[in-house]
Ligand binder design. Structure first.
Ligand code: PMP
Length: 408
């Protein structure tokens, strides 16, 4: 196991040396929105554009071949990272949002009618709610929502009650981006499968914190975004079991996804290209592969151990502040602490923290229905990554106390 050296790791992230408009050192606690990029990833992308840039799968020339090799190596890397069986099961998309929309449109659209149901949970990000609502609107299918208790844990007995012969898919987040609940996805998958119902996991908030093994999980689909796992924006992954993907129609039409085109009839390409219409985000894929290399080198176990330590430290320090109410106290939580300070508006608290150079997210966190369940208009959200430190957390506590003084 490599030694986890926080000081050396921080040197890999050039942005962490930034100062804000008050000349305060940046303290970045908005990692659930997007993570920062290590110089290894930035340099890989620069090198790609400087030396390799070309289109993939088309040219006879050496650059196109090199770009194609890099692109396909990136697919292979993702396959290994999540322990998929086949590289054809790895579809490059724009991000989690597009991955979920792909499944909603391709896996579900032609098959659903008013007798069918899709199950999601109360904890979902809008991108795992709205695509299903749109699907229900045009097919007449119904959306069923697993309720949560006051801690922010899904009520498993209610989930079991929702499952029926009408259920076509369960789509559920691994970790809530708004309140940090870690869902018991292993049991969710097992229970759904006992009734032959497929499961999609939204892994946008778990891929960067937990070892994901799609084979062990036995999930049918797994979606994540490159930018939340230290890679670039505009690239993400849909993993799907090969036998499911093979039987799904293309999601978008265009170049790359075809075998042969005539005005009378077009035949489609094989997996994974069937789902990759148009020129893909080649630099994004190469950058994502570099990010996966980077965290693999640090060690996923090292990352998990360190993150657990700072998460527990942060939870303890924040909840000790007089006037703090933590929203979401699930049995298992990770990396995200959402809170309210007295009756202050989260935005006002966030603005004071911003003055101190501390970047947090305030508001609904793209989880408006969840905020409604807690009868609140939003929270202040602190989300951690492995480059954060206890010193930064102590500065946050100081700044929260300052906000309280200034605003009350
Ligand atoms: N699901 C969850 C749980 C998320 O946190 C996010 C991003 N905040 C998404 C989906 C959407 O990801 P993206 O915007 O990268 O498509």
């Amino acid at each position: 196991m490599n030694e986890f050296n926080i000081h050396r790791i921080r040197e890999d992230f050039p942005i962490l040396t930034r100062r804000n408009f008050n000349n305060k050192q940046l303290i970045y606690f908005d990692n659930a929105a997007t993570t920062q990029k290590p110089k290894q990833v930035i340099e890989t992308i620069v090198n790609y554009y400087k030396n390799i840039n070309s289109n993939v799968h088309r040219g006879v020339h050496f650059l196109s071949e090199e770009a194609t090799t890099k692109f396909e190596e990136a697919r292979e890397k993702v396959k290994q990272f999540i322990n998929a069986d086949y590289s054809e099961e790895i579809i490059f998309v724009r991000g989690t949002t597009e991955a979920i929309n792909l499944v909603a449109n391709s896996f579900c659209k032609n098959k659903l009618n008013e007798n069918d149901e899709i199950i999601i949970s109360s904890l979902e990000h809008h991108s795992n709610i709205v695509p299903w609502q749109m699907l229900c609107e045009c097919t007449g299918a119904k959306l069923k929502v697993i309720p949560i208790d006051s801690n922010g844990d899904i009520i498993f007995e209610e989930f079991i009650k929702l499952l029926s012969e009408k259920t076509r898919l369960v789509a559920i987040t691994h970790i809530s981006n708004a309140i940090g609940t870690v869902n018991p996805i292993e049991e969710v998958i097992k229970t759904a499968h006992s009734k032959s119902i497929p499961v999609l996991i939204d892994g946008a908030q778990s891929i960067q914190h937990k070892k994901i093994d799609v084979k062990k999980l036995d999930c049918d689909f797994f979606a994540f975004s490159g930018h939340k796992v230290y890679g670039p924006t505009g690239i993400g992954i849909l993993y799907g079991k090969k036998e499911l993907l093979e039987n799904m129609p293309p999601y978008q039409g265009g170049g790359e996804m075809i075998q042969s085109v005539s005005f009378e009839k077009t035949t489609y390409n094989t997996l994974p290209y069937k789902f990759e219409a148009g020129t893909p985000n080649i630099a994004g894929a190469v950058g994502l592969a570099s990010a996966l290399d980077y965290i693999t080198q640090i060690g996923l176990d090292n990352i998990a151990t360190y993150e657990r330590e700072i998460f527990e430290f942060a939870t303890e320090k924040i909840q000790d502040i007089d006037g703090i109410k933590i929203i979401g106290t699930a049995k298992e939580k990770a990396n995200i602490i959402s809170f309210l300070l007295n009756n202050l508006h989260p935005y006002d608290v966030g603005a004071i923290l911003d003055n101190e150079g501390i970047a947090v997210r305030t508001g609904l966190h793209c989880a408006e229905p969840l905020m409604k369940i807690f009868s609140i208009n939003g929270t202040v959200r602190v989300s951690l990554a492995f480059y954060n430190t206890k010193e930064e957390i102590l500065k946050l506590v100081e700044a929260i106390n300052k906000a309280k003084k200034l605003l009350t």
